[in-house]
Every structure is written in C-alpha cells, then in structure tokens.
Design a protein around this ligand. Structure first.
Ligand code: SF4
Ligand code: SF4
Length: 432
C-alpha cells in the first residue's frame, strides 16, 4: 500500500492508502475512502478484460493472425532531423523497400491475415510517410477494400503536404495528424508554419480534415507548458484539436530528451493545476487521459489486465515493413535485433526484445502504474531510467488531479515501498 498525504481545504493533512494493483483507495481504518456508486463513470458490471502477457527477453510474446491493429512501416527516412527522434538511431537498420515490395506485400497479405473484417486500425508510418507517397498510392486503395471496418491514419510532419495529397487522403477517409511542437518546434529544425507555402497547405489540411485532424506535440525539456502549447496553436487555428504524444523518452541520451528532476517536479506541479482548473482540458487528448485516470479509481482497475501503453506487447498488434518483416514496433528497423520474425513464418514470430512492466520492480511498486503502464518496453539502462522519470512526473500530474476530482483533497506527498530507478552512469548505456 502506498500512503498518500492529502491536504484538505481547511489545511488538515489526512492520509489515504492506495493499492496500485487494485486501484483501491482506503482510509486509515481500511474502509473505502470514496463511494463511487453515484459517479457517472461507475460501472457496476465492468466487462471482463483479459490478463496481460508477461513478455520478457526469455519469455517471448507471440502474435496472432487475427490482427486488430496493423502498423505498416514504409521506411524510416525523414526530411527533418528532430534532435530527440527515437527513430534516428534506427534509420540504418531499416530494410530498404520499393513500390514493387508494396505490390508484393498486397499480393501476399491474404496468406497471413485472417478475419480482415476484424481489423480495427491501419496506420501508415515513416520516418516521414509522405516521402513514400508512391507506396501509399499502391497500398491505400487496396487496404481500404481489404479491411472495410478499419480506421486509417497517418502522422506526418506536414512539410510535404500538397493539395493533391490532402484531397486523396481525405477521399480514402484517413485521419491526419501533424507532428509539431508549437512553441518548442525549434528542437525539430525549421518550422513549416514560417514558410508561407507550407503553412497554406497545413491550413488547407486542417480545414479539410477537421474534426479528424490534430496537431500533436511532444512535451520536451524545452517546451512542456501544456497551456502555452495549446494557446500557441489556437492563435493560428482557433479551437483546433491539439493532441500530445506525451512526454519525450530518451533513446540516445541526447540532452534534448532529458529533463532534470527539478524541471520534472515543476512541470508536474504546473500540469496538475492546469488539469484541476480545467484549462488543459481544452486538449481532447489530455481530457481523455484524465478521464481514464479517474476511471481507473472509480472502477478499481486491476493491474492484471494492463498491457503496455503502446499495446505492442499485444498479440493482435503487429508492426511490419513491406518485405513482411515483423518488428518490435513501427519505430525500429528490421535489420537489427528488433526483427522478431516474418509474416511467412507467423507461428515463429517471437517478441523477445522487450520487457513487460510486470518484470520491472520499479513498475510493480509504482504509484502511477495504472496511468503509465511501463514506459517503453524495449528500453533498458539509463535511457529507460530517463524515460521512466519523465513518465513518472507526467503521470503524477494526472494522478493528483484525478484524486482531487474524487476526494476534493490535494496530494502533497506519498511514501511506501516504492522502488525508483537509478542512473548507472558507470555502465554502458543499453539501447536494445
Ligand atoms: S513511471 Fe516508471 S516505474 Fe512507474 S510505471 Fe512508468 S515506467 Fe514504470
Ligand atoms: S515499443 Fe512502444 S513505446 Fe517503445 S518505441 Fe515502440 S511504440 Fe514507442
């Protein structure tokens, strides 16, 4: 049990006790601290969710042919060089693919996917996916026919948009996201908002795709004031959908991705207040994350059903390239240790590059486990420690705000048997 110090309006600090594995909140006498039965989110008969699979390097996860989410990596090439890019260290490891591979990919797909009606999402990924437009023109019409119930989406940096591309993606019924860090864009290089032609295309895309359009920002050491980021986009596009890809992870120990602990504490405190006063909820993605945080308490969500947040440990989520290589996820290349199999030998695909959160003592003991779900499953060493620290403070803001909504009290401290990771600077940084 984790002891939470909760400050009341009258200045009194009252302890509550929280179990991160059952999401139960108890008072000092062991009784339920809050009666949720009148909460609109309360579900008296929650649907049974299946248990997680404890994937580890020596306990590989499997994939199933009934794919529900298909992430197709078109290539890892990009026309930008964002300083914190997690794919940058993988570019040389991507298998080179051609438009011919795209045609062969389509010709073979019936051989390895069953139940195409069950496909829920198809995502086309780069690098920068619009660099691979010719492949998209081959793939998209066929995949739309093949997977009639799937939602199709693409995330681009927006630099290569043209009217024709926007119109075609719209005709194929894609949703469109532009990755852009708003006031923090400088760490990603030139800002397309400052180029009149590129900005006009972004305007056209926003108008064409609304409401299935969002700008997605990454929270970084240089730019992590959620309200400032929302305001920045709203100045250009009043009321537009501002999403957040979350807090930056560290993949190459680059300074652009590493917060200091002091910075994180301040960021967490500011975000908690922006959540509690509602100002950050102008972002639908932030609103949704807070709603899920509250829900974990109200429906006493068990950790036994928690997969990783990105879902790539799930058997039905598959990342492939156009050669049919299966990878840990869409962000890594198949010519390194992240190739976990091939669609032609489906039963032998083995996710042996990653660690489920239940295999990490830090996550097992973590107060924000239910909200974070373990950061990146394939990271290790100091990179994982940096990412974990960032996730810890980011999720602590939602944890605090959810507690405030449910109890009217403000979390001012916590204690318990909590294992936090430590930097191992004297060891080689492990990047699996
Ligand atoms: S914050 Fe760190 S320890 Fe906690 S669940 Fe996330 S990755 Fe695990
Ligand atoms: S394993 Fe998940 S969290 Fe890690 S890089 Fe891939 S998609 Fe992102």
């Amino acid at each position: 049990m984790i002891r939470l110090e909760m400050l009341s309006e009258n200045g009194e600090v009252v302890p509550l006790f929280y179990d991160q594995h059952t999401s139960r909140l108890l008072d000092k006498d062991g009784f339920k601290a809050v009666d949720y039965t009148n909460n609109p989110m309360y579900d008296p008969e929650p649907s049974q969710r299946r248990p997680f699979i404890a994937v580890d390097y020596d306990q590989p996860g499997r994939k199933v042919r009934e794919v529900r989410k298909l992430k197709i990596q078109l290539g890892l090439g990009c026309n930008k060089s964002c300083s914190y890019c997690l794919q940058a260290i993988q570019v040389q490891k991507a298998a080179a693919t051609s438009t011919r591979d795209a045609s062969e990919f389509l010709a073979n797909i019936d051989g390895w996917i069953v139940n195409p009606e069950g496909m829920e999402k198809v995502e086309l990924w780069g690098g920068e996916p619009l660099l691979y437009w010719k492949k998209i023109e081959i793939l998209a019409p066929a995949l739309i026919t093949k997977f009639p119930n799937a939602q199709f989406s693409i995330i681009t940096n927006g630099e290569l948009l043209t009217r024709e591309i926007v119109d075609q993606l719209k005709a194929w019924n894609f949703s469109l996201t532009i990755s852009h860090d708003g006031p923090g864009q400088a760490v990603r290089g030139d800002d397309p908002f400052e180029d009149p032609h590129k900005f006009a295309m972004i305007q056209y895309a926003q108008k064409t795709f609304h409401p299935r359009f969002s700008f997605n920002a990454v929270l970084t050491p240089k730019s992590h004031d959620v309200n400032a980021i929302i305001d920045w986009f709203h100045d250009y596009f009043p009321g537009c959908n501002v999403g957040f890809e979350g807090v930056v992870h560290s993949y190459a120990s680059d300074p652009a991705s590493i917060f200091s602990i002091e910075q994180l504490a301040q960021f967490s405190d500011t975000l908690s207040r922006q959540l509690a006063d509602g100002s950050a909820l102008r972002s639908p993605a932030i609103m949704d994350k807070l709603r899920r945080s509250v829900n974990s308490f109200v429906n006493e969500q068990s950790s036994k059903t928690l997969f990783q947040k990105c879902g790539m440990d799930m058997p039905e989520y598959l990342a492939v390239d156009l050669k049919g290589n299966v990878m840990t996820c869409q962000n890594v290349g198949a010519n390194g240790n992240h190739k976990i199999g091939h669609v032609s030998d489906f039963e032998n695909i083995a996710l042996n590059t990653s660690k489920h959160w239940s295999k990490r003592p830090e996550c097992q003991s973590c107060p924000v486990l239910q909200l974070c779900q373990g950061a990146c499953m394939y990271q290790g060493g100091d990179n994982w420690t940096h990412s974990c620290n960032a996730e810890f403070f980011y999720n602590l803001a939602f944890f605090r705000a959810a507690l405030f909504i449910l109890t009217g009290r403000w979390l001012v401290g916590f204690s318990g048997d909590i294992v936090r990771p430590k930097l191992k600077k004297d060891r080689d940084v492990e990047v699996r």
